[in-house]
Design a protein around this ligand. Structure first.
Ligand SMILES: NC(=O)c1ccc[n+]([C@@H]2O[C@H](COP(=O)([O-])OP(=O)(O)OC[C@H]3O[C@@H](n4cnc5c(N)ncnc54)[C@H](OP(=O)(O)O)[C@@H]3O)[C@@H](O)[C@H]2O)c1
Length: 258
C-alpha cells in the first residue's frame, strides 16, 4: 500500500535499535527522510547504514540523550517536521519502594516530560502546514499495571492523558496524535528484562525467555518490524481520521472485551 508520505520528513527519537528503529525503517521505506537518534555512536551509525542500504533513505543521525534540551533542538533543526515518533528508554525494573526522588524524576522526564517538549517543538509548524503525524511509543502498562514497572506505567499514562486533550485541539488541521502500546517485543530491552528476572529468580535466561514467550495467546514476542509497520500506518495519509487513540500491540495478552 502506498502510504502517501513519500518526501515527508520524519524524526524518530531513540531509534538506533528496537522499536524506534523498526518505526524508522518502515517510514524510510515509505519514502520519508529520517532523523535517527541514540546515545551510542557506533550503534547509531550502524542503524543509519541499515536504513540507507535497505530503503535508500536520506538519514541524519543525531547523537545524544533525548532527555537533554540540546539534543532535542538538534533533532528538530534538520528540516520542518511532518512526522514525529516519540520514544526513550524505559526505567529499569524496580520495586516502587526503592525508587529515589531522582529515579522518579528521571523516569517522568524520559517518558512524559521529554515527549511533551518534543510535541511543543513541532505542533505549531504542523498546524501551519496542514499536515502532522505524532506517534508516541508508550506501553501496554498504560492499560494494566505491571509490577516493578510502576514508574513507567505512571509516566506514560500521564503522557497519554496530557496529549489526549492536545490531539483534539489540532485535529482540524490534519494533525493527529496517537499512541502505540507495546506488550512483549523482542528487543534489547526485552533481553535486559529477561536477564533481570532470571538473576532475581536464580533461573537460566533461556527458561525465562521461553516462559515469557508462551505466556500470551500468541505464544511469541512481537517483532520491531511488526511494530514499525503499525507506526508507519498511523503516520500515513490514510490514518488522518484516527487521533487520540491507543493501539495495543500485545498478541492478545490483555483480555478486555472492549
Ligand atoms: N520491548 C518491549 O517489549 C517493550 C514493552 C513495553 C514498553 N516498551 C518501551 O518501548 C520503548 C522502546 O523499547 P525497546 O524495547 O525498543 O528498547 P531498546 O531495545 O532498549 O532500544 C531503545 C533505543 O533507544 C535508544 N535510547 C534509549 N534511551 C535513550 C535516550 N535517553 N536518548 C536517546 N536514545 C535513547 C537506545 O540506544 P542507546 O542506548 O545507544 O541510546 C536504543 O536505540 C521503551 O520506552 C520501552 O520501555 C518496550
Amino acid at each position: 500500500m502506498d502510504l502517501g508520505i513519500a518526501g515527508r520528513h520524519a524524526v524518530i527519537c531513540a531509534s538506533s535499535a528496537g522499536l524506534g528503529h523498526g518505526c524508522a525503517l518502515h517510514l524510510a521505506r515509505a519514502g520519508c527522510s529520517i532523523v535517527l537518534n541514540g546515545r551510542d555512536e557506533e550503534k547509531l551509525e550502524q542503524a543509519a547504514a541499515v536504513l540507507r542500504k535497505e530503503a535508500g533513505a536520506e538519514v541524519t543521525a543525531i547523537l545524544g540523550d533525548i532527555t537533554e534540551r540540546k539534543t532535542r533542538e538538534k533533532l528538530l533543526s534538520v528540516k520542518p517536521v511532518d512526522i514525529l515518533v516519540n520514544n526513550a528508554g524505559g526505567p529499569p525494573l524496580a520495586d516502587f519502594r526503592d525508587l529515589s526522588d531522582e529515579d522518579i524524576h528521571r523516569g517522568l522526564n524520559s517518558n512524559m516530560v521529554t515527549p511533551i517538549m518534543m510535541v511543543q517543538g513541532v505542533i505549531d509548524g504542523m498546524v501551519e502546514r496542514g499536515f502532522g503525524r505524532i506517534v508516541n511509543i508508550t506501553s501496554a502498562s498504560v492499560l494494566t499495571g505491571i509490577p516493578k514497572l510502576d514508574l513507567s506505567s505512571g509516566a506514560r499514562a500521564g503522557l497519554t492523558a496530557f496529549l489526549s486533550g492536545v490531539a483534539r485541539q489540532v485535529a482540524g488541521s490534519n494533525v493527529t496524535i496517537n499512541n502505540l502500546l507495546p506488550g512483549n517485543f523482542d528487543t534489547d530491552r526485552q533481553d535486559a528484562i529477561i536477564a533481570n528476572i532470571a538473576k532475581q529468580a536464580g533461573k537460566a535466561e533461556d527458561e525465562v525467555r521461553k516462559a515469557r514467550e508462551s505466556s500470551g495467546p500468541a505464544g511469541r514476542f512481537g517483532t520491531p518490524d511488526e511494530f514499525g509497520a503499525a507506526c508507519a500506518f498511523l503516520a500515513s495519509t490514510h490514518a488522518g481520521y484516527i487521533t487520540g487513540q491507543n493501539l495495543l500491540m500485545d498478541g492478545g495478552a490483555f483480555t478486555a472485551n472492549f
